[in-house]
Design a protein around this ligand. Structure first.
Ligand SMILES: Nc1ncnc2c1ncn2[C@@H]1O[C@H](COP(=O)(O)OP(=O)(O)O)[C@@H](O)[C@H]1O
Ligand SMILES: [Mg+2]
Length: 374
């Protein structure tokens, strides 16, 4: 074996955790390879080495002296949260095209060395945008879990300071912290930092914040950066260009709505009710579905409903969530039935009956009477 002695030393220093000697030994191996004309291999190792030196982690991460999250100077608030996730803890129902994009991103990252050896830079940045409660923050955690890296979530309330110049300083401190370790840096509520520069209401300070934010993003090199916003239209145009992947996270489609409800209901519902729930919940987010299901389950427990006894309450909670003036109070029943008919206009008397826990004949009678009166 040509490089036995170098490799043997590398193993010794690696096992002993002596980073300084390890790095110098790897550098020796690189120059040996170069001398022997094995250019591709030398380059691959060099890149590996650079990435590791920049992110200076592996050893310090598990070490006793892990550096604390930087804090805001004036009020001592931490600028970020540090969390680790396991893949099994995170479940998301996403449309296939988004799953594919995320997979692509992960594949690129996992083949980073190979791509960079061939001179293809990778820019590990994602901008997630879409309605609130569509799973953007959760997706960031999922990506960190898939990469087995900690997620460092910036706290925009702590970063954005009312003191002149402090916001930029905070951003810089946080980014420096992220650069020192292998991690996923997550800038949630990104619009709070990256608002457009053309907004005439805003003063020079904000422009400076965006400019320094962009400079800091450019200097992040190898840090995996995810940003998320519910207000993409507020973002400065120059900000968009910094991100390689721009992923719109949509409101859940029928299939996803059904999956999310099923996941939390855990089989305690008839398929008739579940299907109607999925049909008429268009336009609501995954977070809202979760809330409705949990509210339903709370009611079931507190009122001691037997299995399937009151499952129409699930539909009622959904309808009230969409249209708060439909209250399902008994004395308003007629009004409620007519309103449901008006809002969900293709709904049969049978399905309306399912919502109210009444027979389709009863519903048909109410609707008929109304027609006669009109
Ligand atoms: N597509 C989805 N699949 C499964 N759960 C979802 C989905 N979208 C939202 N949720 C649930 O709603 C919660 C809130 O979502 P979150 O990630 O905070 O949304 P966002 O960051 O887009 O506002 C999540 O923790 C998750 O449990
Ligand atoms: Mg969020």
């Amino acid at each position: 074996m040509n490089y036995f002695s170098e490799i043997s030393h590398i193993i010794d220093y690696g096992l002993a955790g002596d980073k300084k000697k390890l790095v110098s030994q790897i550098k020796m191996l690189v120059s040996q390879l170069e001398k022997n004309g094995e250019k591709d291999e030398a380059k691959a190792l060099k890149i590996k080495l650079n990435n590791k030196i920049i992110s200076n982690n592996t050893y310090t991460q598990n070490a006793l002296y892990q550096k604390p999250i930087p804090v805001e100077k004036d009020n001592r608030f931490p600028l970020a949260d540090y969390e680790t996730f396991s893949e099994n803890d995170i479940w998301l129902a996403l449309p296939e095209h988004i799953e594919t994009k995320v997979e692509q991103f992960l594949i690129n990252l996992n083949h980073r060395d190979k791509l960079e050896t061939k001179g293809i830079p990778i820019n590990p940045t994602i901008l997630l945008y879409g309605e609130p409660g569509t799973g953007k923050s959760k997706l960031a955690a999922y990506i960190a879990a898939k990469l087995s890296l900690p997620l460092i979530t910036a706290r925009s309330d702590a970063l954005v300071s009312s003191y002149l110049g402090s916001t930029s300083k905070n951003i810089r401190m946080l980014m420096d912290y992220a650069k020192e370790r292998e991690c996923v840096l997550f800038l949630d509520e990104f619009d709070a930092l990256a608002k457009g520069r053309d907004d005439s209401n805003e003063v020079g300070e904000l422009k400076r914040v965006v400019v320094s934010l962009l400079q800091n993003i450019d200097a992040l090199d190898n840090v995996i950066l995810i940003a998320a916003t519910n207000h993409p239209h507020l973002l400065d145009r120059a900000v968009w260009r910094r991100f390689q992947y721009k992923i719109e996270v949509p409101l859940p489609n029928r299939e996803s709505r059904k999956d999310i409800a099923t996941k939390w209901l855990q089989g305690s519902i008839s398929s008739k009710v579940l299907n109607l729930f999925s049909d008429i919940s268009e336009g609501i987010s995954g977070a809202e579905i979760e809330n409705i299901v949990f509210e339903y389950k709370r009611e079931c427990i507190l009122n001691d409903y037997g299995k399937n006894e009151k499952e129409n309450r699930l539909l009622q909670l959904l309808v009230s969530n969409l249209y708060p003036d439909i209250t399902f109070i008994k004395r308003n029943r007629k009004y409620d039935i007519l309103k449901v008919k008006e809002k969900f206009n293709n709904l049969s008397a049978e399905k309306i009956g399912l919502i109210f826990g009444l027979s389709k004949q009863r519903i048909a009678t109410v609707l008929r009477e109304e027609k006669v009166n009109a």
